[in-house]
Design a binder for this molecule. Structure first.
Ligand code: ADP
Length: 454
């Protein structure tokens, strides 16, 4: 370009020199120079007009106008640069198209929104699963279209570690698992997965366990009844039969405990017929449980202390909470050697309420803690025969807490005792009110009490 520029300047200087020579020869120097400059200006204007037309009408992609010298070089360069830009743009467009094609091929719905939930883009599966329409829904706020309150709360909470399960707004027979991720400038990527099959399987499993447990209860009641009659008349039986009947009675009561817990767990899991809105006097409830725990401790003489640091109550389901708290307190008795200490406390702060059960018992190896609330999981399987547990107690506690928007924290070390903390969110706390109707005695999961104490 530099080269063309100096050639152009030389050409202009040469033209002016010729005009000046001609002017001197004709004795008209100034007019000759003016004519030469006017000619140069007109040519430049013509080139500018061609450039403007080229840019204005056809765009740079049309063929460049032909010209000579500096202008010719300028047209060619602009044309070349435009071609390079065009190629980059084509490549980017092809890449975006490919990404969109691949997300459209996904079975999961994908939606991109800004931080306020304004929808920018979504794939075909999102149209099917969430009922969005390409023509009209762009720019709409996503929670105006997915009108489930839980979804809006999930979107606004900005805590997307766990996915959310909702019913499809477009196809109510579908269950969707929604997971949001943050990207870019506080934008959101919403992925909706169809988990209907999994949901139905889970439902079938729960129904199956519930039904089988109910069905087994009747024959077991008959067997236990006859065994009891036989035990009552055991003095008339030969000694070897007495031993057999005692063993059968023990196993029958273990099975009864197991069935009772399975039925309780499946009822809690489905949240069936349960309104979690009664006002519960926690202090009074744990007071009764502690009394029962002292009875359970019996000769082992644990020191069981109760400390009520708050007079606030809980909003929840009485029988579920009673099961959960008594399971924790009775477990402390079961897993703490004779004479050990057990502290039960209820306190509240601005984050919510805490029911803590702390013991000086055998403790739990940290490797087991994440799995303790699974059904039938035992930290020490060899020991459960002595305690007569069903292995369902902490699973019941976990589900009761889920139903009350709470969570269970476990801190423990082998040989140093354990601490179980039920944390309830502050929305679950209510001010103390009138005493609720008289409550019955504690009903832990039945297996918590060793046979003979139930
Ligand atoms: P189980 O009927 O066996 O007691 P749970 O579900 O109540 O079943 O408890 C699961 C396991 O957690 C128990 O088998 C035991 O190993 C452990 N565990 C529960 N509570 C305590 C505790 N307070 N101290 C030590 N280990 C405990």
């Amino acid at each position: 370009m530099q080269h063309d520029w100096s050639r152009h300047v030389r050409f202009l200087a040469f033209g002016l020199a010729v005009a000046a020579g001609l002017g001197l020869y004709l004795g008209q120097l100034l007019p000759a120079l003016l004519v030469a400059l006017a000619l140069y200006l007109s040519w430049t204007l013509v080139q500018l007009r061609r450039l403007s037309r080229w840019l204005g009408h056809a765009g740079l992609s049309a063929d460049a106008p032909h010209s000579v010298g500096l202008w010719g070089e300028l047209f060619d360069r602009l044309h070349r640069q435009e071609r390079v830009h065009q190629q980059i743009e084509d490549r980017l467009r092809a890449r975006i198209h490919r990404v969109q094609e691949s997300t459209n091929a996904m079975l999961d719905g994908v939606v991109m929104t800004d931080s306020h939930g304004k929808m920018e883009w979504w794939n075909d599966a999102a149209e099917y699963l969430l009922g969005f329409r390409r023509g009209t829904d762009r720019g709409q706020i996503v929670h105006n279209l997915i009108r489930t309150p839980a979804f809006k709360a999930y979107f606004d909470a900005r805590d997307y570690r766990e996915p959310l399960q909702i019913r499809s707004p477009a196809r109510p027979h579908l269950r969707l698992q929604v997971q949001i991720s943050l990207f870019g400038d506080d934008d959101r990527l919403i992925v909706a997965k169809d988990v209907t099959r999994l949901f139905q399987l889970e439902q079938m499993r729960r129904d199956f366990v519930g039904n089988v447990s109910h069905e087994m209860r009747t024959p077991l009641t008959v067997i236990s009844g006859y065994l009891e009659t036989m035990s009552d008349n055991s003095d008339q039986l030969p000694a070897k039969w007495r031993r057999a009947i005692d063993a059968m009675t023990g196993q029958a009561s273990r099975m009864e405990a197991l069935i009772t817990d399975l039925i309780l767990l499946s009822r809690i899991e489905t949240g069936e017929h349960t309104l979690h809105h009664a006002r519960i006097n926690v202090g009074q409830m744990v007071g009764q449980i502690v009394q029962d725990a002292r009875t359970l401790s019996g000769d082992r003489q644990h020191q069981i202390r109760l400390s009520l640091e708050s007079d606030q109550w809980l909003r929840g389901d009485e029988s579920e909470l009673r099961s959960a708290f008594s399971n924790l307190v009775f477990n402390a008795v079961k897993y703490t050697p004779a004479g050990g200490e057990i502290d039960v406390s209820w306190r509240t702060d601005r984050n919510g309420g805490y029911l803590t059960v702390k013991d000086t018992g055998i403790g739990i190896d940290p490797v087991h803690i994440p799995r303790l609330t699974e059904r039938f999981y035992r930290a020490d399987p060899s020991r459960h025969k002595d305690t007569g547990g069903t292995g369902l107690g902490l699973a019941i506690v976990k589900h009761v807490l889920i139903n009350h928007d709470g969570r269970l924290d476990i801190h423990s070390r082998p040989g140093e005792g354990s601490e179980f903390v039920c944390h309830f969110p502050k929305e679950r706390l209510v001010e103390a009110g009138e005493a609720p109707a008289p409550q019955g005695t504690a009903t832990p999961k039945s297996g918590s009490l060793p046979p003979g104490r139930q």
